[in-house]
Design a protein around this ligand. Structure first.
Ligand SMILES: Nc1ncnc2c1ncn2[C@@H]1O[C@H](COP(=O)(O)OP(=O)(O)OC[C@H]2O[C@@H]([n+]3cccc(C(=O)O)c3)[C@H](O)[C@@H]2O)[C@@H](O)[C@H]1O
Ligand SMILES: Nc1ncnc2c1ncn2[C@@H]1O[C@H](COP(=O)(O)OP(=O)(O)OP(=O)(O)O)[C@@H](O)[C@H]1O
Ligand SMILES: [Mg+2]
Length: 276
């Protein structure tokens, strides 16, 4: 008997996003550290650059980066990891970001407040009479400005030190398009590619990350009017449901429809700009 069309589509999307059928955290750590160290060597560059928010994705990717530059140095290459704190003013969960840095033990920590630049851009847009539907729409678009300001800061540091910008995109974010196009979606290397959210947590756990960070509720934390808003509230599905979908497990019809709709609507975010 042929498999239902819904299962076939689940499998096709999982394949497209490079979700493996089997998972072993230690093997993934080795493969991804080797990837980062190898890319530095082949690009002839000498730094990795990544923003550390205090969330599990950047905690995991950050530790992989530090292990990678240590490996590159052991292999005779000049390599340093620049971990960046990129708060918008004072960050409510700053203590989590500091806990992440203590765990990662990066070579360098650089702090750049993105508030002056992000807020100046909003003020300048308003002065140019750019109109938003309402205060929430304005706040949402300002949130994407913040994500892009972080991208600008990271590329400036990469330019200064001959570095690669690291992104934290993984399969659960990729399938839902839950990132800012050319903001946190912009990077040179994406070491978490193909991992579901629970697999990112498993890698973090295997790396020895603090349990509070491994279990922390994911938040983009971009909206001033809704600080610390849980990703799952914005997405309308839980990460467990997204992960089940990607790992080929049965999901409720409403979950299937929500994910497939999001996947199709955000196709443009996973490709190069559209050309004639
Ligand atoms: N069909 C199409 N073909 C080509 N381009 C298309 C397009 N539709 C929209 N676009 C372009 O894309 C733009 C919309 O994309 P974008 O600017 O990204 O904006 P959008 O997708 O509306 O918002 C980003 C979402 O990602 C979330 N996010 C952002 C950053 C980090 C995280 C996190 O998890 O940490 C989450 C954020 O909370 C928000 O829900 C449009 O303004 C337009 O320029
Ligand atoms: N306040 C911040 N300081 C530094 N980097 C940030 C900050 N906010 C976001 N970033 C960068 O943007 C990326 C995308 O944010 P995202 O929220 O998806 O990841 P996270 O915070 O690491 O984990 P989680 O998704 O579980 O909250 C982060 O991984 C990090 O590199
Ligand atoms: Mg976050």
């Amino acid at each position: 008997m042929s498999e239902p069309a819904s299962i076939a589509l689940q499998k096709e999307i999982a394949r497209e996003l490079e979700v493996a059928e089997t998972f072993d955290a230690e093997r993934e750590i080795e493969r991804r550290v080797a990837f980062l160290a190898g890319r530095l060597a082949s690009a002839g560059l000498r730094a990795l650059v990544l923003g550390i928010s205090g969330g599990v994705d950047s905690t995991t990717a950050g530790r992989l980066c530090q292990l990678a530059v240590e490996r590159a140095r052991a292999e005779g290459h000049e390599a340093r990891f620049y971990a960046m704190r990129l708060p918008h003013g004072v960050q409510a969960d700053e203590s989590d970001a500091q806990r992440a840095l203590s765990f990662i033990r990066p070579d360098e920590v650089l702090t750049v407040d993105i508030k002056p630049a992000s807020d100046a851009m909003l003020e300048t847009l308003l002065a140019a009479d750019v109109a938003f539907r309402d205060a929430h729409h304005q706040d949402f678009v300002h949130g994407n400005v913040k994500a892009r300001q972080r991208m600008i800061a990271q590329y400036a540091v990469a330019g200064a030190h001959g570095g690669l910008v690291v992104g934290t995109d993984h399969a659960a974010e990729a399938v839902s398009g839950f990132f800012t196009k050319f903001g946190d979606g912009a990077a040179d290397v994406v070491p978490l590619t193909g991992l579901t959210k629970r697999r990112v947590r498993a890698v973090a756990d295997a790396l020895g990350a603090p349990a509070e960070l491994v279990r922390k509720v994911p938040t983009a934390d971009l909206e001033t009017l809704d600080p610390g808003k849980a990703d799952e509230d914005a997405l309308g599905v839980t990460y467990d449901e997204i992960d089940d979908f990607l790992e080929g497990k049965p999901v409720k019809e409403q979950v299937f429809e929500t994910i497939v709709t999001r996947y199709r609507q955000t196709d443009h975010k996973r490709r190069m700009p559209i050309a004639p």
